[in-house]
Design a protein around this ligand. Structure first.
Ligand code: MLT
Length: 256
């Protein structure tokens, strides 16, 4: 799978995996803030941004294999790897397959638990919604919850940027990623076995993967640190890019 990949900067490699149903464009502010000190690698996951969907049975394991193949191609044995929401689910899948490739793990606005019955039902409805109404209907449904009330009130440019990203996502990519997320297992036991440093970031106004989910991951990863960003919802890297980048950079600079 030939992924479209942003690869900017010199220095220790940091891979950032994007949320659903967005693209690597969501990391542009982190690339600007950290690109002088780190090599920042931002793939578009299958079907999103500039990456083809390919012919595959939807699964996050396969998406994780794409990332592993990308690291092989780049000659990188190990990296600090982070993901936001769906990007975090992909990070868990990669961690299960290749824990030694992680020199550090960053988990933002994501959760380690599998979908509940209700969550899976919601995914089926999402697949119907995108097939019937296209990506615009998905943007209409998701946007109110993706951003926190503070962003809805005071950061209209973020809502616009997120809407544009969602509306350019292909129907098939949204449907397949929904099916892939629906099948993911519980990752808490894997995190408990993690031996790499971990950073957990969450927006205080995140209602999709709230701070209680972040705390579960923080407790599971021995020695991890957790940062709660005030006035921020589920898309913390976009809603408070400076605070997010500064949490990331503090973690990376600490030698972890
Ligand atoms: C995301 O932001 O990637 C999604 O909200 C994740 C999910 O639907 O579980």
């Amino acid at each position: 799978m030939d992924l479209q990949v942003g690869d900017i900067g010199d220095g220790p490699p940091l891979v950032l995996l994007h949320a659903f149903p967005l693209s690597s464009a969501m990391w542009s502010r982190q690339v600007d803030a950290l690109g002088n000190d780190y090599r920042i690698i931002t793939p578009d996951q299958r079907g999103f941004g500039g990456s083809p969907l390919g012919d595959y049975e939807p699964s996050l394991d396969l998406v994780a294999d794409d990332v592993a193949a990308l690291l092989d191609d780049l000659g990188l044995d190990d990296v600090v790897l982070g993901g936001l929401s769906m990007g975090g689910y992909v990070a868990f899948a990669l961690f299960r397959r290749a824990p030694r490739r992680f020199t550090g793990m960053v988990l933002a606005d994501t959760k380690a638990q599998a979908d509940t019955q209700e969550g899976r039902e919601g995914r089926r409805k999402m697949i119907d919604l995108v097939r019937e109404g296209g990506a615009r209907a998905v943007a209409d449904q998701m946007l109110p919850k993706l951003l926190g009330p503070t962003s809805h009130d005071s950061r209209p440019e973020v809502a616009l940027a997120v809407r544009q990203m969602i509306e350019t996502a292909p129907v098939s990519a949204i449907a397949d990623a929904s099916r892939a997320m629906m099948g993911r297992p519980d990752s808490i036991p894997d995190l408990a076995a993690a031996r790499c440093p971990g950073l957990v970031i969450v927006g205080a106004e995140d209602v999709i993967t709230p701070a209680t989910d972040a705390a579960v991951m923080h407790r599971a990863i021995a020695g991890s640190r957790m940062v709660v960003l005030p006035g921020v919802g589920h898309l913390s890297s976009l809603e408070a890019p400076d605070a997010f980048s500064s949490a990331l950079s503090g973690f990376l600079q600490s030698g972890m």
